[in-house]
Design a protein around this ligand. Structure first.
Ligand code: PGA
Length: 253
């Protein structure tokens, strides 16, 4: 049985005060609504990781980074390495979020290096995949997701891939209020699991958690997570409101 995994991606939001307040609210509420039955992570902006890690303490809420760089150290202005993230208390690192792919211009090749560096540095990557609206309309969803998954995990052994969570996030559903229907999401999640089984083996494919992301909210969380291959949610906007995020965690139980 895969344990449900709900992660909050705060993106470029909060400040030094509100990040700690939000984390404290989630820490105290999540145990109450879900006990230890749901894996919970929050991904604040880099600059607030150290403040938030104190608020998280040794609770069951894990810390994640929104991005990572693949080099260990050196002249890479503005970048953050796996060892720095680990040193700051991170357990997870989001790799290849659609905003990094489509706003910043990250390629599958770069994202693959990030996933590999995260694993090598002892972090658990959350690899994001998902199609643009134009790609869905051109019936290219399966091709795009297949390419992003295969290239994102290229060269990684089954043992390494067991550290990875996949997040299916259709770009047209992110921050738009448009959510994929549970059926639409399930179809892609099923495809991802089938691909993992072909690339590795069925046992591994059954173990790996696949989150859905894209306008997830309290009102649609239970139905989405009720699908057989949807193992949790990567939540943007709704993770910035303690009450909404806790309601989503509760829906995962
Ligand atoms: P959203 O973002 O929930 O605000 O749509 C999800 C994400 O980008 O991870």
């Amino acid at each position: 049985m895969r344990k449900p995994f709900v992660a909050g991606n705060w993106k470029m939001n909060t400040d030094s005060h509100s990040s700690v307040e939000l984390a404290e609210g989630i820490v105290s509420g999540s145990l109450e609504v879900a006990g230890k039955s749901v894996t919970v992570a929050i991904c604040p902006p880099f600059v607030y990781l150290q403040a938030v890690v104190k608020a998280v303490g040794n609770s069951n809420v894990a810390l994640g980074a929104q991005d990572i760089y693949f080099e260990g150290n050196g002249a890479f202005t503005g970048e953050i390495s796996a060892s720095m993230l680990k040193d700051s208390g991170c357990v997870y690192a989001i790799c290849g979020h659609s905003e990094r792919r489509h706003v910043i211009g990250e390629t599958d090749e770069l994202i693959n290096k990030k996933v590999a560096a995260a694993i090598a540095g002892g972090l658990l990557p959350i690899l994001c995949v998902g199609e643009l609206l134009s790609e869905r309309q051109a019936s290219q969803t399966n091709d795009v997701v297949t390419r992003q998954l295969k290239e994102g995990l290229a060269g990684l052994s089954a043992e390494k891939v067991s550290a990875v969570t996949i997040a299916y996030e259709p770009v047209w559903a992110i921050g738009t209020g448009l959510t994929a229907t549970p059926d639409q999401a399930q179809q892609v999640h099923e495809l991802i699991r089938k691909l993992l089984s072909e690339m590795y083996d069925d046992e591994l494919a059954q173990e790996i958690r696949i989150q859905y992301g894209g306008s997830a909210k309290p009102s649609n969380a239970a139905e989405l997570m009720g699908q057989p291959d949807i193992d949790g949610l990567l939540v943007g906007g709704a993770s910035l409101k303690t009450e909404d995020f806790l309601a989503i965690i509760k829906a995962a139980v």
